[in-house]
Design a protein around this ligand. Structure first.
Ligand SMILES: *[C@@H]1O[C@H](CO)[C@@H](O)[C@H](O)[C@H]1NC(C)=O
Ligand SMILES: *[C@@H]1O[C@H](CO)[C@@H](O)[C@H](O)[C@H]1NC(C)=O
Ligand SMILES: *[C@@H]1O[C@H](CO)[C@@H](O)[C@H](O)[C@H]1NC(C)=O
Ligand SMILES: *[C@@H]1O[C@H](CO)[C@@H](O)[C@H](O)[C@H]1NC(C)=O
Ligand SMILES: *[C@@H]1O[C@H](CO)[C@@H](O)[C@H](O)[C@H]1NC(C)=O
Ligand SMILES: *[C@@H]1O[C@H](CO)[C@@H](O)[C@H](O)[C@H]1NC(C)=O
Ligand SMILES: *[C@@H]1O[C@H](CO)[C@@H](O)[C@H](O)[C@H]1NC(C)=O
Ligand SMILES: *[C@@H]1O[C@H](CO)[C@@H](O)[C@H](O)[C@H]1NC(C)=O
Ligand SMILES: [Fe+2]
Length: 466
């Protein structure tokens, strides 16, 4: 049923030093030379994995948006000694009145691992733009955190999203998270583009590495929502150890408000937050024509009201436009199905992970091909999104540093370094985007772009236009 099995170590990335910028057809290949070494996972006794003190203390506390519009939060945490309580006590800043919300608990087995008690509690009917404190746990081992609700959904509400993908739990991961936290352009909510713990790389996919990951990221995600996307490392599928339910650890540990957007599965859903409409897609669930995800997206896109939420953002794990020799063309089958809609509905930006490097595309589309007409190359298209690969969180698999040459025209900027990004919406026409590599000081921007909204201000915002 669950034999001990050594997981095959995936191909180790060749330790080649990045070539300096070469003349090419496309945009910029950064000449920044990063040491290609990768750091291993932080050891189990690391400070960031410390179990909070006290009997049955809540750990791995994390929050995400709990409804369609940002007036609810899902609070999740784990207790290990006993079930404890599913209650969240919460109160607005400066208010002495404490509200109580009751949640649920679950647990699961994975091979020879048994999880702790995983609690999920939706806190509803919050006021917009308000700081709330919340408390979980019972007796003398309660823990208190806080979050700030977003402003009311509306067209000119400034809001800053952070972006991290493929984080894992190495020393590099810790650097990425620290840089995100210390970035002076403070992210208020994080858009996470998939591949969380990389626990599945351990023998028997040792799920204690899900617990360490939960404790590692708590310092951020207990205080601001992370909007979750599922990646291939969330599949956790291994027939040889009898684990054949896709997404088992992920879906027990990370609840999302998918029913609020009429989704029928937690892997694709949408939320509105401030001036943004965020659509999360699943690269690892069926997406072909007539699939549940297909029908959901088909009904979803016409609902986006750009007068209410000007900014249309899509998250997925596997990128459609990528010019690294890693996962090359893996997003192609999904692109073929959905790209015409992205152009029709003028998606502003698509964020993906999976490739452990950074890349930003031009506004391009590739939707003209009909098998016989030969029109199969991407072309410049002002109604198309910018595609950004931000899978550079720093996980144990190391950097993707082998790029296709010459740099394709659709690629505006690419660099094999770990880092994170922020997307700062200013109003309905302008958003400022910047990417930060880990080697730099916290405020340094290694790549940046002013985004002009595709609905309200659809003029050329390319950074490389001649
Ligand atoms: C919690 O309370 C119990 C019983 O009152 C006590 O034995 C224990 O030391 C306390 N734990 C902490 C962390 O204060
Ligand atoms: C709460 O109190 C603090 C300190 O007195 C004050 O700065 C803050 O504006 C108050 N917040 C609200 C929502 O009243
Ligand atoms: C699961 O089995 C592996 C291999 O025998 C062992 O190293 C590990 O400690 C076991 N884990 C648990 C929780 O029993
Ligand atoms: C992780 O980063 C934090 C913040 O910079 C630091 O306090 C901590 O010691 C680091 N832990 C490890 C294991 O590197
Ligand atoms: C979900 O479906 C119901 C019933 O068809 C509809 O009333 C509701 O408006 C839908 N919600 C969203 C967010 O589309
Ligand atoms: C779109 O949103 C605007 C602003 O909130 C609102 O006035 C308008 O009625 C909405 N349109 C539709 C079709 O719901
Ligand atoms: C880069 O990838 C290409 C295509 O997969 C491969 O042929 C080449 O050997 C790789 N180069 C290095 C240095 O790994
Ligand atoms: C929107 O924000 C941009 C960038 O901050 C600014 O230049 C522009 O004037 C703003 N538009 C309006 C209508 O305020
Ligand atoms: Fe991935």
């Amino acid at each position: 049923m669950c034999p001990y099995k050594k997981t095959s170590v995936l191909a180790v990335i060749a330790a080649a030093v990045l070539a300096a910028a070469v003349p090419c057809n496309g945009g910029i290949t950064s000449s920044f030379v990063r040491s290609p070494e990768k750091s291993g996972d932080m050891p189990l006794d690391s400070d960031v994995f410390k179990v909070p003190p006290g009997y049955n203390a809540p750990q791995q506390v994390h929050i995400t948006q709990g409804d369609l519009v940002g007036k609810a939060v899902i609070v999740s945490w784990v207790t290990v000694d006993e079930p404890g309580s599913n209650i969240v006590l919460y109160w607005a800043e400066n208010s002495s009145y404490k509200y109580k919300a009751n949640g649920i608990k679950t647990k699961y087995k994975f091979c020879n691992y048994t999880s702790g008690y995983i609690h999920h509690c939706t806190v509803n009917k919050l006021e917009y733009d308000t700081k709330y404190y919340y408390e979980v746990g019972v007796g003398n081992t309660t823990r208190t955190f806080w979050f700030t609700t977003p402003p009311e959904v509306g067209p000119d509400v400034p809001y800053t999203f952070g972006l991290i993908g493929d984080l894992g739990q190495t020393f590099d991961s810790n650097t990425t998270l620290t840089h995100y936290e210390k970035n002076p352009n403070k992210g208020q909510t994080l858009l996470y583009v998939g591949d969380l713990s990389y626990a599945d790389r351990y023998p028997l996919q040792d799920n204690t590495r899900w617990d360490t990951w939960g404790r590692f990221v708590e310092r951020s995600v207990a205080y601001q929502p992370w909007i979750w996307t599922a990646g291939n490392h969330e599949l956790s599928y291994d027939r040889t150890i009898g684990e054949t339910t896709p997404f088992k650890p992920y879906s027990h540990r990370f609840h999302v408000p998918y029913k609020a957007s009429n989704s029928t599965a937690p892997f694709w859903y949408s939320v509105k937050r401030a001036s943004a409409y965020i659509i999360v897609l699943s690269s690892y669930s069926a997406y072909s024509k007539y699939s549940p995800q297909y029908w959901w997206l088909y009904e979803e896109l016409p609902k986006v009201n750009r007068s209410e939420t000007p900014w249309l953002i899509v998250l997925m794990h596997s990128p459609w436009y990528n010019s690294y020799n890693y996962h090359y063309m893996e997003g192609e089958t999904m692109r073929v199905v959905y790209e015409p809609w992205f152009v029709e509905y003028k998606v502003d930006v698509v964020f993906a992970g999976h490739v452990h490097a950074y890349e930003r595309s031009e506004r391009v589309s590739n939707v003209a091909y009909n098998i016989v007409n030969g029109l199969c190359s991407p072309v410049s298209n002002p109604s198309a999104p910018v595609y950004i690969t931000i899978g550079d969180g720093g996980n144990v698999e190391g950097l993707a540093n082998n790029m296709t040459e010459p740099q394709p025209k659709y690629s505006a900027f690419r660099e094999a370094s770990f880092g994170h990004a922020t997307f700062s919406i200013k109003n309905r026409t302008h958003a400022y985007y910047s990417w930060h590599r880990n080697q730099d000081g916290y405020a340094v921007e290694a790549d940046s772009m002013w985004f002009f909204n595709r609905f309200w201000h659809p003029i050329d915002d390319s950074t490389t236009a001649a």
